[in-house]
Design a protein around this ligand. Sequence first.
Ligand SMILES: Cc1cc2nc3c(=O)[nH]c(=O)nc-3n(C[C@H](O)[C@H](O)[C@H](O)COP(=O)(O)OP(=O)(O)OC[C@H]3O[C@@H](n4cnc5c(N)ncnc54)[C@H](O)[C@@H]3O)c2cc1C
Length: 271
Amino acid sequence: MIKEYHAPPTLAEALALKQRLGDAAVFLAGGTEVNSAAFPSAPAHVISLQHLALTAIQATATDLIIGACCTIQQLVDSPAVPDIIKAAARHIFNRNIRNMATIGGQLGSNKSCSNLLPILVALDAAVDLADPAGTHAIPALEYIAGERKELITHVRIRTSASARRAAVERYARTANDISILTAAVSLARDGDAVISPIIAAGGVAKHVIRLAPIERALDGKPLPKRDALERLVASRVAPIADLRGSIEFKRHVAGVLVAKALLRAYRDGGR
Ligand SMILES: Cc1cc2nc3c(=O)[nH]c(=O)nc-3n(C[C@H](O)[C@H](O)[C@H](O)COP(=O)(O)OP(=O)(O)OC[C@H]3O[C@@H](n4cnc5c(N)ncnc54)[C@H](O)[C@@H]3O)c2cc1C
């Protein structure tokens, strides 16, 4: 049961509140997780981020800078956001959820089956973290893997990263359901050779992860044909079983999804 709601007017006050209240408080963005009955902790305090002016999307010469409180629907609707991020954002449930859920909340809730986190990882996105001493950027993957809890103010995607060939795929029971597995890839090509692929997957581990052994197996070589690629991925992925599927099932689906994403990115840029 939430006891106290705080709506600080400035970032400095939000950070000071969090420092004072510690684990008894959580940040509140769209509230699709914090206000749900399934939210794991029952925070005594919530610190709303609504007055912190974190809803802008800004394209500079080098970066796309997305405010942490941008909703998923804002990403879908913004002309500044690359199509590949829009495609991943559209996979998120329905417009009701997308109108409330934020990009910062996706990172903060850090769900394995997230639709947005794999493409952020595949595009090597960074997050700006704020603490009372200032702001610094770290890779989004580091935030995810470290189960970090600092306040994210912005997500940054380099313009050069969003120019890479990229594709997203997901497997869900219905179009309006949480995904069972998600995959996102980005890569460059030099003739027939795949260069520096990044492959991210959700639903195979506790968090969204990079499939580094598969990246290494593909780097610098022509992409195998679909059947061989599916077998290669399935043989090198080590999924966890959960209520959404067994290890064998997820191994098979991961092979199909990752191969499909790689082929789309390789052949037509994934667009
Ligand atoms: C019915 C339903 C369907 C859903 N379907 C999907 C789906 O299809 N695909 C999908 O990927 N997700 C789905 N989700 C998950 C959810 O919508 C997302 O994780 C969402 O992006 C959370 O954002 P929020 O703003 O609502 O976060 P909140 O609920 O406000 O916060 C979630 C967590 O993130 C932390 N947090 C919020 N903002 C920040 C910040 N700026 N910095 C640091 N920590 C922060 C909070 O403290 C909290 O721990 C679904 C959720 C529900 C309830």
